[in-house]
Design a protein around this ligand. Structure first.
Ligand code: ZN
Length: 239
């Protein structure tokens, strides 16, 4: 899959590379380094056989090719929006080799009804596309307070959720501000099942399941969620 001149320009301007509100905007925004396996994974056409450049850091494992079917029970994107991504502003994922967890980080979320979740998803998408001028909502999956797992940006595309580290990185966001509230048990249960699904599908080991703050200077996913992720990883619940 060839990038258009416009996509390359947008990428070089760093428009696609950062996520949550707590992320400083002064970071180096060059796009992520191409991945080291030397094989571009087919997204739809299967015709791309370019060889990518050598990586700056050789420790990254080769990404597993993307497959867009989501976690069991996932509400598809059509559940909350008719809008598609702005294709000139999104880059192909070309494989997955890590997962990053976020909170939304805006006003606390207590609602559990479907209509409110749909509206909030659209609100987040609007902020990301209109105000930040990204190609779509930044996250691939969102989990609401009732535990619903909702498809955000297709995993066929890189997300916009960790500055400079979006290539091959699936973004999972829990609605809420976990500096100010705690995640619901339903959210934590769905997060665990979602992570297990994604880890198995993309062969991501537990050591490559991150929180946003572990990859950059941010408080995301908040003081009340961070230790729950640490427990999930250390307890063997994701093994
Ligand atoms: Zn975040």
């Amino acid at each position: 899959m060839k990038l258009t001149r416009r996509e390359l320009l947008l990428t070089s301007l760093g428009l696609l590379v950062t996520g949550c509100t707590q992320t400083p905007t002064s970071l180096n925004r060059r796009p992520g380094t191409p991945w080291p396996n030397g094989v571009s994974q087919p997204i739809r056409t299967g015709t791309d056989t370019r060889t990518v450049a050598a990586p700056r850091t050789p420790i990254q494992p080769a990404p597993t090719p993307i497959a867009t079917a989501g976690p069991p029970g996932m509400r598809p994107r059509s559940w909350w929006t008719r809008s598609g991504p702005i294709r000139s502003k999104v880059n192909p994922m070309m494989g997955v080799n890590r997962i990053t967890i976020h909170h939304e980080g805006h006003t606390p979320v207590w609602f559990t009804d479907e209509a409110s979740t749909r509206a909030r998803m659209e609100q987040v998408r609007n902020i990301h596309t209109r105000d930040r001028r990204w190609g779509d909502i930044g996250y691939h999956y969102v989990i609401d307070r009732a535990g619903r797992v909702i498809e955000g940006r297709s995993v066929a595309y890189q997300g916009a959720h960790v500055s400079n580290q979006n290539p091959h990185n699936v973004g999972v966001m829990l609605l809420g501000n976990f500096e100010k509230q705690s995640p619901s048990q339903a959210q934590l249960t769905s997060l665990q099942s979602t992570l297990r699904h994604l880890m198995a599908k993309y062969r991501v080991p537990v050591k490559r399941v991150y929180t946003h703050r572990e990859l950059g200077p941010t408080i995301c996913p908040g003081r009340n969620l961070q230790p729950r992720i640490a427990s999930l990883r250390s307890s063997g619940a994701l093994a």
